[in-house]
Design a protein around this ligand. Sequence first.
Ligand SMILES: N[C@@H](CCC[C@H](N)C(=O)O)C(=O)O
Length: 279
Amino acid sequence: MNFKFTKWHGCGNDFVIINGLEENIETIQPQAAAICNRNFGIGADGVITVCPSENADFCMRIFNSDGSEAEMCGNGIRCFARYVYEAKLTTKSEMTIETKAGIMKPKIIASGDDVLVTVNMGNPVLQADKVPVAGFADKTIISEEIIVDNENFHITCVSMGNPHCIIFVDDINAVDINKWGPVLEKHQIFPNKTNVEFVQVLNRSKLRMRVWERGAAITLACGTGACATLVAGVLNNLCDRQASLQLDGGLLSIEWNESDNNVYMTGPATKVFEGKYSG
Ligand SMILES: N[C@@H](CCC[C@H](N)C(=O)O)C(=O)O
């Protein structure tokens, strides 16, 4: 398989972006794991394709590094927006992008010398059966206790189009994410598996978050995870509706707007290099 690609990252969460308007990407999904492999491929947390859309300016597909397809990707969509704008696939700095989680609206903004992207990520989904979490019907899961391998966790579950399980902890550095991440990701109460965020509240407007991503293991950042975490923090009365999320790879600013119920994410999107893949 041969294609031209561009490599991007958002807070260290990195992606291979392929322009499906020019490249043949019909068989990309079976190749995604090989492309993302950090020793034998390009190396990335995910592969993103730019596709045409009948309902929006573009359609984005995102494949995790294990080859599974996700509904949405927060860091990825900021990179996508900046990519299509800088590659001159559009002249709009504010655009609509269709995803499997609905239509998202990124806006490219200048901030001093930096370029940031703000995305209207839509409404968070809180009903258990829609996140989905099994066994709780349409209840909202806020600090629900579950016991896994004799360890107690208080989970709050939020979908931002993709599922998230948020756990507030006293000391983020004391959490063995490699141990608990995969166990919780594949726990039987999550029929579609889940992303898992461990969060330490630094103050009401600053949270420290680390993530185990469904289909990608530990990554340096997760945009949908940061949005879900802010929502979970508000539901648990641990933070304000606007806060900074300190991730391993950078900072995201998240707001859950009270009047329209939408979550807004602002953060960087950085191009790293371009290349040609033959594999
Ligand atoms: N890193 C992404 C999320 C990518 C998809 C996720 N692993 C899933 O399977 O839901 C983000 O920035 O949101």
